[in-house]
Design a protein around this ligand. Structure first.
Ligand code: MLT
Length: 404
């Protein structure tokens, strides 16, 4: 008789954004005349930049001819893309990363969920609280998190690092030393970030304690302040303790195209085993690579025209972030984030819980956001709005919130 992986049964509820989508669909079905503005999931709305569209068309045409047709991609991804990434995202920033330390994939969500597979089950993970739910849920599926306390909404074997207004939404070093530390800066969901010096502190901490940092830099393109690192490898010693995850979704609008990459420096070792070779083995065995067409589109992200067009696109979303930040402030809300990130984090008014405010906003303003408590217990009493809507919808949403 077969048995299931009953770790899945330990997961409370469904994936956060699936729960929200279900609730919004039910509301829309019951109220078909309502014009709902969706500022919940961080999904982009602007079309792909012209350089990316040109690259996609060109690559599609190549696939139509035997001489230029491409089948399976190389295990780590095409060299043209890995070279462009290594140069633009690392060498040009003074970070020492080689093209053969980059693994191209179909997105940072999959990589952030899958990376835990190369670690032993008895590693203890530490996460920021609130946190992008994928890090925790995938460790639950792997049986690494112990038992769930439904009242506290925490797992017994997870170290939570609260990120609240008191510590400026930046985690403190935990009392218990973790084996694996998940960090995401600029942060999802709080939209806050830490300085390069603070990040250096985490790198030093990890090296001192033999821990590994899984660093999610999906929102790097939104950094506007000079003292914030664009990659963890700007920090000294990061090559021996850090894995970095990057996405093309937020900087280039690839949420529906799918492309990302993971960096594992060859100096990152457990004893004499390189984590790079474990991930290479996994990649080779379980994955056949992002499509050639999509990797060509990824290469266009680094062309001069692509860079200029994407700078404009990121600027468009950051202008929305400003509209939300200032709109909410004018309406009397306590707000943070939105300066180095496309997320605005607000305190719910009148002591409403995060889910109460979700319903309140949906019913009274027909605006969808994300309840802070969905990201972890320290998110209770907070709410996230995304700047990834259209400008018109963002302005309209603020008007509605002000008039609520
Ligand atoms: C979010 O809304 O937190 C993100 O869109 C989720 C993701 O990137 O997978």
């Amino acid at each position: 008789m077969f048995k299931i992986n009953d770790n899945y049964l330990k997961l409370p509820g469904s994936y956060l954004f699936s729960t929200i989508a279900k609730k919004v669909n039910e509301y829309q079905t019951a109220n078909p005349e309502k014009d709902i503005i969706r500022l919940g999931i961080g999904d982009v709305t602007q079309p792909l930049a012209p350089s990316i569209i040109d690259a996609l068309h060109g690559a599609v045409d190549e696939m139509a001819h035997a001489e230029t047709f491409h089948g399976y991609a190389p295990d780590l991804g095409y060299e043209f893309l890995r070279n462009a990434i290594a140069k633009n995202d690392y060498t040009d920033r003074g970070a020492d990363i080689e093209a053969d330390e980059i693994f191209v994939s179909d997105g940072a969500k999959c990589d952030s969920g899958n990376i835990q597979e190369i670690f032993a089950q008895d590693n203890k993970i530490a996460v920021c609280d609130p946190v992008y739910p994928v890090y925790v849920d995938t460790n639950v599926m792997a049986g690494r998190t112990g038992t769930y306390d439904p009242k506290a909404e925490t797992w017994s074997d997870v170290i939570y690092m609260p990120c609240t207004a008191e510590n400026n939404f930046a985690p403190d070093f935990p009392d218990e030393v973790p084996d694996i530390i998940y960090l995401c800066f600029p942060n999802n969901p709080t939209g806050s970030t830490i300085t390069k010096d603070q990040l250096q502190g985490w790198v030093d901490y990890a090296n001192k304690n033999g821990a590994v940092i899984i660093y999610d830099a999906a929102y790097e393109a939104y950094i506007s302040e000079d003292n914030v690192a664009h990659t963890i490898y700007e920090c000294e010693g990061a090559r021996t303790c850090a894995i970095e995850l990057k996405s093309f979704s937020k900087n280039a609008g690839f949420t529906g195209v799918r492309l990302g990459y993971t960096v594992i420096p060859k100096d990152l070792k457990c004893g004499d085993v390189q984590l790079h070779s474990l991930w290479a083995r996994r990649h080779g065995t379980k994955y056949n690579g992002a499509p050639y067409i999509v990797q060509k589109a990824g290469e266009a992200v680094y062309s001069e025209a692509g860079k200029a067009q994407l700078k404009e696109q990121v600027g468009y979303y950051m202008n929305n972030a400003k509209v939300i930040f200032e709109g909410l402030k004018d309406a009397g809300y306590t707000v943070s984030g939105g300066v180095n990130a496309p997320y605005i984090w607000l305190k719910t008014p009148d002591h409403m819980t995060s889910w109460e405010f979700f319903d309140h906003l949906l019913e009274n303003a027909n605006v969808v956001g994300t309840p802070g408590s969905g990201f972890g217990p320290s998110g209770e009493g907070y709410f996230r709005l995304t700047a990834f809507g259209s400008y018109e919808n963002t302005v309209a949403a603020m008007e509605r919130i002000k008039n609520m």
